[in-house]
Design a protein around this ligand. Structure first.
Ligand code: SAM
Length: 288
């Protein structure tokens, strides 16, 4: 048994492990239409004119699923090259929707590259939220800047820095921590993950440090959304419950979405990997 399956078995019952393993399949391509540059109907028509079929997603008008093609079919299109669409798994669209950025709000994206969620936050606020995006890795930071430019997210302040080292003087209305994680929700035949118990513990330490820092930088009454593309409770529900207890932060319900779920603490959302969805976790916190 691989280390990942061992970890899954110690976290879930046999039936749930089976569901997760079945979801480690090849995933359908999905994309988000950049509402600042294009609307979903126009994008749909342009794709269908190129012979690419699309399906709508009930909980997000800007999301499209492409049931019949791989990413390469999209990467050649004008829509893609001009930043009118962004390839993104449906699960990964949830954290910005749950953070619900509004015009004029100051928002910190603590772990931003390559920028899928930063550009989604920007589009959801109609380009009117004041977003600061942090990325520690220099090469990934270049990718973030490229995507911000391509998507027209011109008013985002991008910082190549360790978010854990940000000055406590900063204070944000809303924070997204899409934390570095083991990626145990994204496993597929094309993308196996390198997993070990030591790596999991390293991720948990980094996640805990960043979440505590995020809660420090959050204004009282503000909202912090924590997410990972992992299905392991150690980096998800267990971690946010422990940090909430230690810091006095409160969990808020993330709301209902039509997505396949895994067991998770009440109010949080753990997405089961399937053909359409990467395994994902989202929690929403506030502090008084
Ligand atoms: N939010 C991104 C998106 O939607 O495109 C994906 C983020 S990925 C899950 C996590 C990112 O956090 C990686 O790019 C990693 O280099 C970065 N990272 C890890 N530790 C960090 C830290 N201490 N400060 C800032 N960025 C960090």
């Amino acid at each position: 048994m691989t280390a990942l399956f061992k970890a899954l078995r110690s976290a879930y019952d046999a039936e749930t492990v089976q569901k997760i393993e079945a979801g480690y399949s090849e995933r359908l391509v999905s994309l988000r239409v950049n509402s600042l540059r294009c609307d979903a109907e126009t994008a749909r028509s342009a794709l269908e004119a190129e012979g690419i079929a699309t399906e709508r997603v009930p909980w997000y008008p800007d999301a499209l699923v492409l049931p019949d093609v791989r990413e390469s079919a999209v990467e050649g299109t004008e829509l893609y090259r001009t930043g009118k669409i962004y390839l993104q798994n449906l699960s990964s669209m949830l954290p910005p929707l749950i953070l619900a950025p509004q015009a004029g709000e100051s928002i910190l994206d603590m772990a931003a590259a390559p920028g899928g969620k930063t550009t989604e936050l920007y589009a959801l606020s109609d380009g009117k939220a004041l977003i600061t995006a942090c990325e520690r890795d220099k090469i990934r930071f270049e990718r973030l800047k490229f995507n911000l430019q391509r998507q027209g997210a011109t008013r985002v302040t991008a910082l190549c820095t360790d978010a854990a080292l940000l000055d406590d003087f900063f204070c944000f209305d809303k924070i997204l921590l899409d934390a570095p994680c083991t990626g145990s929700g994204t496993v597929s035949p094309a993308a196996p993950v390198r997993f070990s118990e030591e790596y999991l513990q390293k991720c948990v330490r980094a996640q805990e440090k960043l979440l505590k820092k995020g809660l420090k930088l959050l204004k009282r009454g503000g909202t912090l959304v924590y997410s990972t593309c992992s299905v392991l409770p150690a980096e998800n529900g267990e971690l946010v419950m422990r940090v909430a207890r230690e810091t006095g932060a409160t969990l808020l319900p993330v709301g209902l979405f039509g997505v396949p779920r895994l067991p998770a603490p009440q109010g949080t959302l753990a997405v089961c990997p399937t053909e359409r969805f990467e395994g994902f976790f989202v929690a929403k916190l506030t502090k008084e």
